[in-house]
Design a protein around this ligand. Sequence first.
Ligand code: C5J
Length: 195
Amino acid sequence: MNPITVPAEPSAFPLIPGQTALIVIDMQRDFLLPGGFGERLGNDVGQLLKVVPPLAALIAAARDAGILVIHTREGHLPDLSDCPPAKLNRGAPSRRIGDPGKYGRILIRGEYGHDIVDELSPVNGEVVIDKPGKGAFYATDLQDVLTAAGVTQLLVTGVTTEVCVHTNTREANDRGYECLVVSDCVGSYFPEFQR
Ligand code: C5J
């Protein structure tokens, strides 16, 4: 399939439709919803919520174009056996992974808050990668999924820009994927980091 030239910085991106996946990182209620984990840490969730409309439009366009859509969720097993102490022990008491929160235990698989916001729900068997880390390649089968689908390029979206989006883009680059970060479809709690 002929590449489509997408305007991008620092140079145009030659998008090959049959080899591209849209990856939607961690658009989870715990990070986005008022009263959830992200806000309880003192963050402005409005900065993330403004990503939802453009990202919903991009996901819809990708589905229409037959582009593989892959969602990720950051979270842990209920017994926290997959959460290293270095991660668990960060954060103020009662605002740690596994603690009770407004939307269930914070960042625990199966809890309401761990799942993706309603507006961006996966459809029709779309791949959802549950990851214990910031990067989606660590301790997951993402690489196998991409290889099986013949994917060589990733459109990278989701939250947060300077943490999981950044980590995933670097991880993917190191593995040889061409990455295009869609600037209005990624979000940070901090405008200066987003800039
Ligand atoms: C964080 C993420 N910030 N998805 N997760 O802990 O960026």
